[in-house]
Write a protein that binds this ligand. Structure first.
Ligand code: ZN
Length: 488
């Protein structure tokens, strides 16, 4: 955890900012260590290690924001960066529309560390590598004709110190672990892929190495390999029909990310710099009354839940982690907010400001935006309750418009459901819809036992671009009368 050396520099920077005329300032010191490892076709393909450290200062002067950052950790540099942040603020003030206002937050002195069972950073490299080699070998053994097999992990440790002119002093150490395998097949004019446990990228959690072990990659590898090969000759998904669709938990998580998580970002919804964040159909006049989905749809904003990629003690404005709702019984009731955007609505921040490392401004980012479980039992119960439909599993492709209204998703795998039974495997399944209509057609969500906290480590936002790590819990859910198999 960062300590007195960084704290002294942070206070020096805040003093300088105040002396130069800042009415508010905060300093963030961030040290991030990451290791990415990829095994491909039986060989260790890539080891990528980084350890980066730096700090930044945000300041309000003359009612406008300024920002500056540096990787040089000296007293002189703390002075220079703080002075520059104030200078940028004064320059920005020349074109401001109104003064920056911050919703109040209680400044605290606090620490937070992700609970981990097995610290991956204390393991030997070969101990981390072995599960990847084993899983890769198990895929190739099951299906020697696979074109590509991949197994990968990422481990991450971020130490952060946040100090503000209001008196906050918050030190945190966040750990993340993610792992995945993929099998790619080619033949019969087809190219198919199966990934596990999540889609395209890794599924990642705030956790230690126990999270990589929990998925039992090698044990699931043969099934994955078999499915990738079976997809080559599987029945084509029916084209342009309407039917019932059951989404897997890892597909529902992405559906939630794209069609709920992004439109509830309040910077989008306020339209403050559409090029920066995009726009949203969930405008503030709709807060508290707009029907987002059916009464089965409950979507939580919760940065306190163990394991989520948006789980922490405090956000990058020193606001504590919190629990609340984005959608309650189908009605849109809550945004992801910062101190400044919350003030615009007369509210207080729910703590969603996060920066990608030391060199970037914090932005409103999804924390854990999760579809909460319903009462439909297990996935098998839900399938048994469905006369006619398609089960769609694990994302393959997605597109959604800027307002987050019209979307199309494709999944890696589909299964026909006939008379309550999973029957024939389908390849290239796709579905399309309009966000509120689609969530409005949800008539069942599986129970707690099927609920998984997924995490996606690749959400892009901002200019210059930042990569966010966001959490999404989900269970399988059923949607009625969905358009399926639309080819662009
Ligand atoms: Zn995203």
């Amino acid at each position: 955890m960062l300590g007195s050396v960084e704290r002294d520099l942070a206070h020096r920077a805040l003093d300088t900012a105040r002396t130069r005329g800042a009415t508010y300032a905060d300093a963030r010191f961030v040290r991030r260590a990451v290791e990415d490892v990829l095994v491909k076709n039986g060989h260790l393909q890539n080891v990528d290690r980084s350890d980066i450290f730096g700090f930044s200062v945000r300041a309000i002067a003359d009612g406008a924001w300024g920002f500056a950052a540096s990787p040089v950790l000296t007293a002189d540099e703390a002075d220079r960066v703080a002075a520059l942040a104030v200078e940028v603020a004064r320059a920005s003030a020349l074109t401001k529309r109104e003064d920056a206002r911050l919703a109040p937050v209680k400044p605290v002195t606090a620490t937070y560390t992700t609970p981990v069972e097995i610290d991956p950073w204390t393991m030997r490299f070969d101990e981390r590598l072995q599960p990847l080699l084993d899983a890769d070998a198990a895929m190739r053994q099951a299906q020697p004709t696979l074109r590509t097999t991949r197994a990968s992990y990422e481990i991450w440790r971020e130490e952060k110190l946040f100090v503000s002119s209001e008196g906050a002093d918050i030190a945190q150490t966040l750990y993340e672990t993610g792992a995945s395998i993929a099998a790619e097949s080619v033949g019969n004019g087809e190219q198919q892929i199966r990934t596990y446990p999540g889609s395209g990228g890794r599924s990642q959690n705030t956790a230690g190495w126990e999270y990589a072990l929990k998925w039992e990659l090698a044990k699931n590898a043969p099934r994955l390999a078999d499915e990738a090969v079976a997809l080559l000759t599987a029945k084509q998904c029916p084209q342009d029909i309407r039917t019932s669709v059951i989404l897997s938990s890892n597909q529902l998580m992405l559906q939630c990310h794209e069609s709920c998580g992004h439109p509830i970002e309040l910077d989008r919804a306020l339209g403050t710099g559409a090029a920066f964040a995009g726009t949203s159909f969930l405008t503030p006049d709709r807060l508290g009354s707009f029907r987002f989905g059916s009464e089965h749809v409950n979507i939580a904003i919760d940065s306190t839940r163990t394991g989520g990629l948006g789980t922490f003690g405090y956000d990058d404005e020193g606001v504590p982690a919190s629990e609340g709702w984005a959608v309650k019984d189908g009605v849109f009731v809550g945004y992801l907010m910062s101190r400044e955007t919350a003030a615009a609505l007369g509210k207080t921040s729910n703590g969603t400001m996060r920066a990608d490392g030391w060199s970037r401004l914090p932005l409103i980012r999804m924390t854990n935006v999760s579809v909460m479980p319903g009462s439909a039992g297990t996935l098998e119960d839900l399938i048994a309750d469905t006369d006619d439909g398609i089960y769609m599993d694990t994302n393959r492709s997605w597109s959604i418009d800027d307002k987050r209204l019209n979307f199309q998703f494709g999944t890696q795998l589909g299964w026909e459901i006939k008379n309550g039974k999973r029957t024939t495997m389908l390849r290239n399944p796709t579905y399309t819809g309009m966000t509120p209509e689609f969530w409005g057609s949800c008539d069942a969500v599986c129970s707690e036992s099927e609920w998984v906290m997924w995490g996606t480590p690749n959400c892009g936002k901002g200019q210059p671009g930042q990569i966010g790590h966001t959490g999404h819990g989900a269970a399988p859910a059923r949607f009625r009368n969905v358009r399926v198999g639309v080819v662009n």
